[in-house]
Ligand binder design. Structure first.
Ligand code: HEC
Length: 228
């Protein structure tokens, strides 16, 4: 059911890989163990992530896999890595077509849920973490992590990896086209942005239908703090 392979995880791995290369490449190749200069960048990244014990790859994840499984890139991530997030028109077209095919719409149309619940979910980073403190979702819903990347309402502090979403419903309204766009962005943002860093929260089984509806209400409902 769960297939978490977020671009974010791949990005962190890549950033860590660069740091490691800078630190020890010369030492290791000097003693003849490994010749990094013969590797392609993709081979080097694979080597650093999977072979150097730099990550605790055996740590469990909540979905019953290990960190190692999460580090394996899927096709989309490979294309985005190889092209440095500049896929060819053909590659981008395929990513978008696959993303579209992945979206499952709620029966009875895309409705807004409860913005108060959505507010908590947009803020929360709870869910599917790895390591010693694996989450128990029986008492607490999986969060959306939106504030890690977006500013939304101004009563909380958000990140700037993604654009500010402050006043989103106020400026865009709450018509069917807007609801469809926002739903698809949350479900699988590769529908619009082939190599985005925004996670596929519906397609990867992180956010359930009700959670998406609640977060959408938080973004679009006129009473939500996002639109004050
Ligand atoms: C890891 C960072 C990250 C997280 C987490 C994230 N986003 Fe995004 N989001 C982005 C980026 C980056 C973009 C811009 C698209 C691009 O160029 O990649 C974006 C774009 C969007 C857009 C489109 C904005 C527009 O131009 O109209 C919406 C809507 C959106 N995000 C909603 C959300 C919601 C809701 C959540 C939480 C459920 C969320 N995002 C979580 C990074 C993130």
């Amino acid at each position: 059911m769960f297939k978490m392979k977020t671009p974010l995880a791949a990005g962190i791995a890549a950033a860590a890989a660069i740091a490691i290369t800078a630190g020890c490449a010369s030492t290791d190749s000097a003693d003849g163990k490994v010749d990094y200069t013969k590797m392609s960048s993709a081979e080097l990244a694979e080597y650093l992530i999977f072979e150097t014990n730099s990550f605790r790859l055996d740590q469990p994840t909540q979905e019953g896999t290990t960190v190692r499984d999460r580090q394996v890139q899927d096709e989309l991530q490979k294309v985005c890595s190889e092209t440095r997030n500049r896929p060819s028109p053909e590659q981008a077209g395929k990513i978008i077509a696959d993303a579209r095919a992945s979206v499952q719409y709620p029966e009875g149309g895309i409705q807004l849920g409860d913005w108060k619940k959505g507010r908590e979910l947009a803020w929360s980073g709870f869910g599917f973490r790895v390591g010693h403190n694996v989450d128990d979702h029986s008492n607490r819903d999986v969060g959306g992590n939106c504030y890690n990347c977006h500013q939304m309402a101004t009563d909380r502090v958000g990140g700037n990896i993604g654009p500010s979403l402050t006043g989103y419903g106020k400026t865009r309204g709450n018509n069917e086209a807007t609801r469809k766009f926002v739903y698809e962005m949350i479900y699988n943002p590769h529908t619009y942005f082939p190599c985005t860093s925004m996670p596929r929260m519906g397609a990867n089984g992180l956010l359930e239908e009700q959670a998406i509806a609640d977060i959408m209400a938080y973004m679009l409902h006129p009473d939500s703090p996002v639109n004050q």
